[in-house]
Design a protein around this ligand. Structure first.
Ligand code: GYE
Length: 332
């Protein structure tokens, strides 16, 4: 493999890093040598990444993509898992600022509450890249945001279900983490898609926090309640919750995928297996492989290059009719 690394590239990188007020040259914390991504001082570029947690297979694939891309590029990654807690993410970002990392990247668990910590990063001259979910902050507090269009995903799920059910369904909705961009937007997009069909009714909506076990618990309780009896469709904001719900539906003596038609979002391998087994009907893809575009954006930020405020990942939709043919292409 040819390395596209030149002395003037290194010099530009170092200059820009200094212009951006980055402290890699005096932080003394980063290991040197080994990689291709060095600042002019011979020190590795250090990126702090605050991840939400490991709540779903999507998230695990996302983490893996980020870690392996950092390694491939010889970048030192300080990776911190917040176990689903915003306070831990804020603390991690504050620590990255104190450590004078070159770039901070993060996936905000919820939309609100980020302004003050991002202002601290800005005051310290550390560029911030937003990964996966949008924070509700002024645009000047981050360089760029890379992730999917969650409203569009919700719309795709709603349009698909409307067609499948011929415009008539009694729907249960399993929502994602309260206050998160994907939960807010997937709910909105789905509602928009079915708004013109008065016989498509969402009669139940509760959070399963994007987790398989919680999806199962919520579905179990619903099926035991009187309103559970009439449900003939399930919309889950992610595949893991749908897969948990499938177990609950089977345990309740019903046929998932038949008695209750199931559509969810992410496109993980397990969802394809469930479709092949006839237990699930459709998944809208959400691409978790953000590592490569994320580190492209980081490289540009360090060079001070112009870049768009928003990069939208392209997502497809896969239903039971294509699940078997598509399965070998699924990597996560
Ligand atoms: O759909 C879900 C994960 O933010 C797009 O978070 C991501 C979502 C994904 O827990 O599985």
């Amino acid at each position: 493999m040819k390395k596209h690394f030149t002395w003037w590239g290194a010099a530009a990188l170092a200059t820009m890093a200094l212009m951006a007020g980055c402290g890699s040259s005096d932080s003394g914390t980063s290991a040197s040598g080994g990689g291709t991504s060095e600042g002019g001082s011979g020190k590795k570029i250090v990126v702090g990444f605050s991840q939400i947690g490991a709540e779903s297979n999507w998230r695990k694939a996302n983490t893996e993509s980020i870690k392996s891309e950092a390694e491939k590029r010889g970048i030192e990654l300080k990776f911190v898992d917040a176990q689903g807690k915003q306070e831990k993410q804020i603390q991690a970002i504050k620590n990255f600022i104190a450590q004078k990392v070159d770039v901070i990247a993060f996936a905000p668990v919820v939309e609100t509450g980020w302004k003050s910590v991002l202002e601290e990063a800005k005051a310290a001259g550390i560029p911030v890249i937003v990964s996966d979910r949008r924070p509700d902050v002024p645009e000047d507090l981050y360089v760029t945001f890379i992730g999917s269009d969650f409203i569009e995903e919700g719309k795709m799920a709603g349009d698909w279900l409307k067609k499948k059910m011929n415009g008539k369904a009694v729907i249960a909705e399993l929502t994602g983490t309260p206050g998160s961009a994907p939960a807010n937007d997937r709910k909105k997009g789905f509602a928009e898609a079915i708004a013109d069909s008065p016989d498509m009714k969402v009669v139940f909506s509760q959070t399963g926090d994007f987790q398989r076990t919680k999806g199962k618990e919520v579905m179990e309780a619903l099926l035991k309640s009187p309103e559970g009896a009439s449900i003939n469709a399930l919309y889950a904001h992610n595949d893991d919750m749908a897969l948990g719900a499938i177990q609950a539906i089977e345990e309740a003596g019903k046929k998932p995928g038949k008695d209750i038609v199931i559509v969810s979002i992410d496109g993980i391998g397990d969802a394809f297996d469930a479709m092949i087994a006839g237990k699930m009907n459709c998944t809208v893809e959400c691409n978790p492989l953000l590592g490569p575009p994320l580190f492209d954006a980081i490289a540009k930020a360090l060079k001070g290059e112009e870049q768009p405020k928003r990069t939208v990942m392209k997502d497809g939709i896969f239903d039971e009719s294509v699940a078997k043919a598509e399965r070998p292409n699924r990597k996560y």
